[in-house]
Design a binder for this molecule. Structure first.
Ligand SMILES: CC(C)(COP(=O)(O)OP(=O)(O)OC[C@H]1O[C@@H](n2cnc3c(N)ncnc32)[C@H](O)[C@@H]1OP(=O)(O)O)[C@@H](O)C(=O)NCCC(=O)NCCS
Length: 230
């Protein structure tokens, strides 16, 4: 498997039945009573199983994705944890699921819909330098894109630390490199770095605009551009 790989699926790809879920996953699903939460969870599981089935060359129905105590997804084949140090990350937004997988480093992936964010949101979640670059964005579209990119990069890196929003995102400083690197299909990615001073950690990664979505992938020492599983 190349460095970091990713896969996207849509809500309508998810089968209506439950035959692809393991017994332990069915227990989890039974506790998800809010329809949107249940649909998002199913989309994440379906996408993760499809990705791991490709990476491990096993039947998707043999893969289980269960949440650790902190909420982070952990993969099993049958009832056994994966023998290799494989890291999986899940994100779902507006009917799209993103799964990121790496065999070498802990990864975090995040998907966001590009939409307007309020001034209060920007003040609350971004440090002063980020607020200045958002304010300097040329027009409304660029402003929304940049806000969303910075936010998604923070979330992806917070998943690497397995803390999510238990950390203070305002304390994390994001650097987006302006140079772009093309992947195998010519999609353009920008390198990212997030410094978390409270954790004394630096998380590298990649991000890109994908139509009306932003896509961010983070991990320690992610040097090669992410590759889509096909
Ligand atoms: C992780 C977190 C940043 C996700 O934010 P989001 O952008 O709203 O949602 P996304 O769709 O991008 O990601 C959701 C996925 O993140 C993953 N995730 C949850 N907690 C995680 C953690 N601590 N570390 C890494 N990944 C985590 C899960 O796979 C989750 O999807 P699932 O529950 O369907 O499996 C956010 O949920 C968070 O901060 N959680 C931890 C702190 C917390 O408040 N926990 C209580 C949650 S009720």
């Amino acid at each position: 498997m190349a460095g970091v790989v990713w896969l996207q699926r849509r809500l309508h790809d998810v089968p209506a039945g439950d035959e692809w879920l393991s017994a332990r996953e069915l227990d989890v699903q039974a506790r998800l009573l809010v329809p949107k939460r249940r649909a998002d969870w199913r989309l994440g599981r379906w996408t993760a199983k499809a990705a791991l089935a490709m990476v491990l060359a096993v039947e998707p129905s043999r893969v289980s994705i269960l949440a650790a105590e902190d909420g982070a997804p952990e993969a099993f084949v049958g009832d056994l944890p994966l023998p290799l140090p494989i890291s999986v990350s899940i994100s779902h937004r507006a009917g799209l699921g993103l799964v990121t997988v790496s065999r070498h480093v802990v990864v975090g992936g995040d998907l966001e819909l590009i939409e307007p964010r309020s001034a209060a949101f920007v003040r609350e979640w971004f440090d002063e330098r980020e607020q200045v670059s958002i304010a300097a964005a040329r027009d409304v579209d660029r402003h929304d894109e940049l806000t969303c990119l910075l936010w998604s990069v923070k979330e992806a890196s917070a998943k690497v630390l397995r803390e999510g929003l238990r950390l203070d995102p305002r304390s994390a400083a994001v650097v987006l490199e302006s140079d772009e690197v093309a992947d195998e299909l010519g999609r353009r990615w920008r390198r990212t770095t997030v410094r978390w001073p409270t954790e004394d950690r630096v998380v590298t990664g990649w991000c890109r605009l994908d139509g009306s979505f932003v896509h961010a992938i983070a991990g320690a020492r992610l040097t090669s551009v992410p590759v889509e599983l096909r």
